[in-house]
Design a binder for this molecule. Structure first.
Ligand SMILES: [Zn+2]
Length: 491
């Protein structure tokens, strides 16, 4: 009964949160867990097989690709595709998936798990498989010592019967190898492909005896073919890519002499593809099914994602810093067709609570005749509108609609190609809303095309913190003496 109450309360909280424009991505999980402290254990009632995916990089891509591959083979999949990867986020996924009474059984759950959350997730629900992508030392500030984190993860797995799918080329991941005897390893053969060279940092030292590794091949960072005099050596792989090269649509892998074309861009995605393919083989998928799935995979994570709504093409991109905003705007303004812009701005923790960085986006770029409307949306819609007003954009063309669904419906009614910038916590809701709207017209082909442009990596507010913040000259002239708390003003 408590469980059913937890689901209903979670669903209600999620609905209310979405209604007031908060997205509601994890709130339903928080509420459900208040009523049912180990809510994650119900994952077992949701899927016959459970796969967890953890590691520093590539989790989301591996999860999305694997879920897609399994779905194309006809399996039903429960997944936290949008990357809410802590226990509350995963609980929210369960709540969302639950029908009015009880749970919905799927064939497989493909769940991204944050590294620091893994022990808790394992404690509440043991998976059948754990995929570990890699470990890089770039999260020291979040988690403390990487070695400590790995030990904690290993401790949580000690008395658990789980099949590990590990990246053989990463010595850090290889530290999991003494946990089980039936581990599966994937990796890239020597000379499999040409990667950009990286500085290695301290990771080239053996985690067992701290001596320096001897590498016969380095693929990427500290990933490669390593060995140590103490005997800690790259394990034999079960599945390995003999060759990787850039194909027309994405990278292609050669395994057992067979060609596997993918739609993934970037050589580093070879590892994510290998891990996903390996899990599919474990689930009984054949080569033909896997290859078809790899070719039909399209990114749906809001990075320059395209939607076809009505007669128009809409584009959505994540924006989290001024540099990213400028790249996005100039990409959006390449054509001189009539268009409208939507800026969805939230100030939750994940977005950065200080939104002053929007004053460093050159919104002046968008002050052009062909921009029919600028729609400000999200919790800080008024701030986005104010920024646009200060860019000199005609006030009568600025619309403030904090509710993102309303913003989309308004733009849809006007019927122009629409370009959307969204901060992190707006993104998932926006993808959902746009997918629904696109689905209404395009049910027959159901295709949501996507493409990616090279994108500046995110360092939210870094320019601001470095004191490189500046007001556009025009704005200073307009206002003269701007109060420092301008971001709380309304236009
Ligand atoms: Zn050693």
């Amino acid at each position: 009964m408590n469980t059913q109450l937890a689901i209903w309360a979670g669903k209600t909280a999620g609905t209310v949160s979405r209604m007031i424009g908060n997205g509601g991505s994890t709130i339903s999980g928080v509420v459900a867990r208040k009523l049912d402290g180990k809510f994650l254990r119900h994952l077992r009632s949701n899927a016959k097989e459970i796969i967890y995916i953890t590691g520093t990089n590539g989790k989301t891509t591996t999860v999305n690709l694997l879920a897609h591959l399994l779905e194309t083979s006809g399996k039903t999949v429960l997944t936290n595709r949008e990357g809410s990867n802590m226990v509350t986020g995963i609980s929210a996924t369960i709540v969302r998936n639950a029908p009015f009474i009880g749970f919905m059984m799927n064939d497989v759950a493909v769940i991204e798990v944050d590294e620091a959350s893994l022990p808790k997730a394992i404690l509440e629900c043991q998976p059948d498989y754990l995929i570990v992508t890699n470990f890089f030392r770039d999260q020291l500030d979040r988690y403390g010592e990487l070695d400590l984190l790995i030990e904690k993860m290993k401790d949580s797995l000690k008395s658990v019967d789980v099949k590990l799918i590990l990246n053989a080329d990463d010595p850090f991941v290889n530290r999991f190898s003494d946990l089980q005897t039936k581990n599966i390893y994937v990796g890239l053969d020597e000379n499999a492909g040409r990667f950009q060279s990286y500085t290695m940092g301290e990771s080239k030292y053996c985690p067992i005896c701290q001596k320096e590794f001897t590498y016969t091949t380095v693929h990427f960072g500290h990933l490669g073919h390593y060995q140590c005099t103490c005997g800690f050596t790259r394990p034999q792989t079960t599945l390995s890519a003999e060759k990787i090269y850039q194909g027309e649509k994405g990278i292609r892998l050669t395994m057992d002499g067979k060609d596997y074309p993918t739609t993934l861009k970037g050589m580093y995605n070879a590892y994510n593809a290998l891990l996903a393919i390996c899990a599919c083989q474990e689930m009984g998928m054949n080569t033909k099914e896997i290859r078809e799935g790899l070719m039909s995979y399209h990114k749906t994570d809001g990075r320059m994602q395209e939607f076809f709504i009505g007669e128009d093409t809409w584009k959505l991109n994540l924006v989290k810093n001024p540099a990213g905003g400028n790249v996005t705007l100039s990409e959006y303004l390449q054509t001189d067709e009539n268009k409208q812009l939507i800026f969805c701005l939230n100030d939750n923790l994940a977005d950065g609570e200080d939104i002053s960085w929007i004053w460093d986006i050159d919104m002046e770029l968008a002050n052009r005749e062909e921009v029919e409307t600028f729609i400000a949306s999200g919790k800080r819609a008024h701030d986005a509108a104010l920024r646009m007003k200060y860019a000199g954009f005609p006030e009568e063309k600025i619309i403030i609609l904090p509710d993102m669904k309303e913003a989309v419906l308004y733009a849809k009614r006007k019927g122009y190609p629409t370009y959307i910038m969204a901060t992190y916590t707006c993104l998932t809701s926006m993808v959902t809303i746009l997918s629904q709207e696109a689905g209404k017209r395009n049910k027959r082909d159901g295709f949501i095309g996507t493409f990616t442009i090279p994108f500046l990596s995110g360092h939210p507010k870094s320019l601001w913190r470095q004191g490189k913040y500046h007001m556009p000259k025009k704005t200073i002239r307009m206002e003269g003496n701007l109060p420092s708390n301008r971001r709380n003003q309304k236009p």
